[in-house]
Structures are given as C-alpha cells and as structure tokens.
Design a binder for this molecule. Structure first.
Ligand SMILES: C[S@@+](CC[C@H](N)C(=O)[O-])C[C@H]1O[C@@H](n2cnc3c(N)ncnc32)[C@H](O)[C@@H]1O
Length: 242
C-alpha cells in the first residue's frame, strides 16, 4: 500500500491539536486517520483473521453492522472480499462518514449513516454481525449494546490494540484499557465466549513511523523499528447456550 505522505507530513502544532483532542482528528482530519487505519488493516493479517472468524462461526451472508466505522477503513476492505454480506456503517463524525461513502461508492453491499452506539439502544436482535474496530473506548464502559443488537445466534466482534501485555496499554490512558477489560468480564459473566487473535505489523515506512512517533511518543515507538508492532486483537464471541 502506498502511504499518503502529504496527509502525514503535518506541522508539529497539528499533531499537538490531535493529541489534545482525538475527536478533532475524526472530524477535521479524517484523511490522516484513514492513513493510519488503512495501514494497520492492510499490512497485517487482520482481514484474513476477521474473514476466518466469520467462517468459523458459519456466517456467510446477512447484515454486518460496523459501529463507529469512521472513514470506512474496514468496510472498504471487507466489502469486496465478502460480497454476500451487507455492510452497514454508523458513525457520528460527518467528515469521516463522507470519506467512507466516497471510498465505498463502488460497492453495492455497503451503506453508511450518521449515528452513535447509544442510538441503538432500542434496536434488538437485528444484525448477524455486530462489529467495531478501534471504537469502543468512546462508549460507555458497561457496554452490552453490541450483544443486544446482535441476533441470538449472531456474532459480535471487537478489533482493538489492547491485549494483556501489548503496546497500546502503554500508549493510551489507563481508563481505555479498563473499559476494554470490563467489557470482556461482562461478556464472560453473561456466558459469551471470548477469543483473542493477535496481528502484527512492521513499521518499516519512515513516514508512518515518524507520524506515529509524533502522536504516541518517540520512546514508545522506537522499539518497533526492529520488532513488529502488535496492532490488532479480534475478540469474537457468540452466546453459549447454558
Ligand atoms: C478510532 S476511530 C475507529 C474508526 C474505524 N472503526 C476504524 O477501524 O478505522 C473511533 C470512531 O468512533 C467514533 N465514535 C465516537 N463516539 C461514538 C459513539 N458514541 N458511537 C459510535 N461511534 C463513535 C468516532 O467518530 C470515530 O470515527
């Protein structure tokens, strides 16, 4: 994948603004966010792992809801791979959504609409797959909405950078990690099965490495000049009948 160098080559003060307010990134600089997201998605095993997880759970068609779809980084890659699945992306950031629509204009199995996870509270048992990648730190920590909107035999999936020992636990605030762990505990308590799949990416591209260092700190990123960066964990679950 070619890296969009213009998008990453920002003045220092822009990176300071982004660090201070990550929401601003989704609203004001979706093209930058899209470069990061696309890089993580395409340079790792993540897409194969998601496809395999769907297959392992017998999901070949149906409705796939992507909550907090952002710039459509995931849907843009999954839609052509899984043409029998109907992808629906929701996100509150208007400019991110516009980019998502543009990117997916050629795929008839995609729809995007403005919305938040909170607005799904009255939608029950509606989707075969309820998915979110790098989204749920923005939501309430009790969670439960993803499982609620999934069909009883449906699947819910989280893609994230937080495992037990991984890098993002050092990069993001403790609260984000706690939200992730709490959600896992709630799921397990409610008889969902949870599994982890780890993906890794090499940060060989000088420009991307530089941009990530400016966002997340030179010290944290430096070790990934030589060792792979853990970028994704798929937590997939289906309710276990008890
Ligand atoms: C880190 S980005 C992830 C984007 C996308 N899922 C991806 O993989 O590239 C987080 C996204 O969550 C969205 N978001 C924030 N609050 C939300 C909410 N309450 N409900 C749904 N999405 C939300 C943001 O607008 C942003 O696009």
């Amino acid at each position: 994948m070619s890296i969009n160098r213009t998008a990453l080559n920002l003045p220092d003060e822009d990176y300071e603004t982004i660090k201070a307010n990550f929401e601003a990134l989704y609203h004001n600089h979706p093209e930058i966010y899209d470069v990061f997201a696309t890089q993580q998605i395409t340079q790792s095993e993540l897409l194969d792992q998601i496809e395999q997880t769907l297959k392992d759970n017998g999901i070949e068609s149906g409705d796939f809801l992507d909550i907090g779809c952002g710039t459509g980084a995931m849907i843009a890659h999954l839609a052509p791979r899984l043409p029998k699945i109907n992808f629906i992306g929701i996100d509150p950031a208007r400019n991110s959504l516009e980019l998502a629509k543009q990117k997916c204009a050629g795929y008839t199995n995609t729809t995007f609409r403005s919305g938040t996870i909170e607005q799904l509270e009255r939608t029950e048992n509606a989707f075969d797959v309820v998915f979110s990648s790098w989204g749920h730190i923005h939501w309430n920590e009790k969670g439960g909405i993803m499982e609620y909107v999934a069909k009883p035999d449906g699947l819910a999936m989280l893609v994230n950078n937080w495992g037990e020992e991984d890098d993002f636990s050092k990069l993001w605030p403790e609260s984000a990690l706690t939200i992730h762990k709490t959600r896992r505990e709630i799921l397990q308590k409610n008889h969902y099965q949870v599994s982890n799949v780890v993906s890794e990416v090499n940060l060989e591209d000088e420009n991307l490495f530089d941009a990530m260092s400016r966002l997340f700190g030179q010290r944290q990123m430096h070790e990934h000049r030589t060792s792979p960066f853990q970028i994704g964990i798929v937590l997939a679950w289906k309710k276990i009948t008890v």
